[in-house]
Design a protein around this ligand. Structure first.
Ligand SMILES: Nc1ncnc2c1ncn2[C@@H]1O[C@H](COP(=O)(O)OP(=O)(O)O)[C@@H](O)[C@H]1O
Ligand SMILES: O=P(O)(O)OC[C@H]1O[C@](O)(COP(=O)(O)O)[C@@H](O)[C@@H]1O
Ligand SMILES: [Mg+2]
Length: 493
């Protein structure tokens, strides 16, 4: 076993096998006592054949391989272990939610509390009020299965959330002073960065405190994982806005419906909502630059579509086209760049264009459902997903793992080291099949010239085979997460 530059635990095996492992208490605290897992005598679980995860089980990050491909990067499989590193009576857990809202937050809170209680007999669980700053500036909330029983039916988070306020020293002091030894942190890329910092400080102080992250992002912009909870719910709810835009557009002559959806840096909601709806004529996302005027521009396409169909629907992600708007140099308390309302901007531009041209009268309706979508409870399938994520986090912390985010990788639940999650952002790959499907379903212009396409393709890395040869096919690089072309391919498998 070794560690790389970023201090990650890396295990190398045969045929190019790599395990990007997560930290464990035993890495920095010697001779800790262990206990048999209480699930052994749990009537529901004890009948399951092989309920406990084998200590060597790992999940591959890439499942499409060639016969000579190296086995590649793997993550530790999530789930209950034979032995645990906590006596249930000694556990004092806390839960915190940070960043923007997302459908499913309450379900995750519920299932952490119920998982700890029903599976492990843990009864001391508290909620941190209002995000990271709540650790040192607010009172805590007692969480029991009774308190959380119905919360999954509500949107938002019963604990409240916030941006900014991440003070490492004050947070870790508060964890220590309160005697907390398991910390469940639910939040997006910013939150997971904050969790990594807390984990490092806990380890530096030699504390037996498990730090477990549960990835939350309505934008689906977290690396490595298949998709984030609440994303499906958001795509489903977006259909209502798109339907309304379509009804408005088809009810007048030359009607245009514009719908803005969330997606600060990643256009997954817009892309999936468009593909699901089939009523959308044009989908604009941050990853795919566009322009308005001239040949191949948006105005030309709008005119064409109106002439052909008499109406059109445009879906635009909030982070799309920001380079065309006058830059706003403000940031939120977490340091995220504040965005201008691109939906309003594009609506005014289209109206202005047709007013100037004076050749076609249009009626444009702009719908911004973003916060309505974010505030709803999660749907049934997200509820199940949230349950499994929460239970994985609980199993991991009880088993002594720490410094991990729990996530679905190729349909299996895993523990992923923080460093892997926070090294970039998941983005739509515009040279990938899914975006091509979208372009073909809307028949919109790609707004790309051949030079852009070639540049995007050049950023892709070749697949290296075991003998060091390069395969003809290419795939997006793991390390180009900040570029337009990045590693993750939601839905394009
Ligand atoms: N690089 C960082 N280091 C430490 N804390 C961070 C970092 N980035 C964000 N945070 C903290 O994480 C929390 C949530 O971050 P934010 O970006 O608002 O939302 P999200 O986690 O959904 O991306 C905030 O309290 C913020 O201060
Ligand atoms: O108004 P707020 O709360 O700052 O939230 C706006 C942002 O939050 C999001 O919904 C989610 O962002 P995070 O997951 O990073 O919090 C973005 O889509 C959006 O830009
Ligand atoms: Mg974020």
């Amino acid at each position: 076993m070794g560690s790389n530059d970023s201090g990650m635990k890396i295990v190398h095996g045969e045929a190019g096998f790599i395990l990007e492992d997560v930290p464990h208490f035993s890495d920095y605290i010697p001779n800790l006592p262990t206990y048999p897992n209480p699930l052994r005598s749990n009537p529901a679980y004890s009948v399951v054949k092989q309920y406990f995860v084998h200590v060597d089980d790992t999940i591959p990050q890439k499942i499409v391989v060639h016969k000579n491909s190296p086995r590649g990067v793997h993550f530790r499989r999530a789930g209950a272990r034979q032995r645990v590193y906590f006596d249930s009576d000694d556990v004092h857990a806390c839960i915190v939610t940070c960043g923007g809202l997302c459908p499913g937050l309450n379900t995750v809170i519920r299932e952490i509390v119920c998982g700890l209680s029903y599976m492990y007999g843990v009864h001391k669980v508290i909620g941190i009020d209002g995000g990271y700053k709540g650790f040192y500036s607010k009172n805590t909330v007692t969480l029991t299965p009774k308190v959380v029983n119905d919360i999954h039916k509500r949107g938002g988070t019963i604990l409240g959330t916030s941006r900014g306020g991440h003070d490492k020293t004050k947070i870790v002091d508060s964890i220590k002073d309160r005697g907390i030894n398991q910390v469940y942190i639910i939040g997006g890329d910013g939150t997971q960065k904050g969790a990594a910092v807390i984990y490092e400080e806990i380890r530096r102080r030699g504390l037996k405190v498990a730090i477990a992250g549960i990835p939350k992002t309505i934008d689906n912009d977290i690396l490595v994982i298949d998709k984030s909870f609440g994303f499906d719910t958001a795509v489903e709810e977006a259909q209502r806005a798109i339907n309304a835009a379509h009804v408005e557009a088809t009810s007048t002559e030359n009607g245009i419906g514009v719908v803005k959806l969330m997606g600060r840096y990643s256009g997954f909601i817009a892309m999936h909502a468009t593909l699901a709806s089939r009523d959308v004529d044009c989908c604009l996302i941050p990853e795919s630059p566009f322009y308005l005027e001239g040949k191949g521009g948006l105005f030309e396409f709008v005119e064409k579509r109106l002439k052909e169909n008499g109406h059109m629907v445009i879906v635009i992600a909030e982070g799309a086209g920001q380079d065309l708007l006058d830059a706003m140099d403000e940031r939120d308390a977490s340091g995220n760049k504040l965005l201008k309302d691109v939906g309003l901007w594009i609506s005014q531009k289209i109206k202005g264009h047709f007013a100037r041209q004076n050749k076609m009268a249009i009626t444009l309706k702009y719908i911004d459902p973003t916060y309505m979508i974010r505030a709803i409870p999660s749907n049934a399938s997200d509820n199940v997903y949230c349950t499994l994520l929460a239970q994985s986090a609980v199993h991991g912390a009880m088993a002594g793992y720490t410094g991990f985010t729990t996530g679905l990788v190729n349909g299996r639940h895993t523990y992923i080291p923080f460093n892997r999650i926070i090294e970039g952002q998941n983005k739509v790959v515009i040279t990938d099949r899914m975006w091509a499907r979208l372009l073909s379903s809307t028949n919109q212009p790609s707004f790309m010239n051949p030079k852009d396409v070639n540049e995007a393709k050049e950023q892709e890395e070749p697949i290296t085979l075991l003998d060091g040869e390069e395969c003809e096919d290419k795939q997006p690089s793991e390390n180009k997460a900040q570029n337009h072309v990045t590693t993750k391919r939601t839905g394009s498998k």
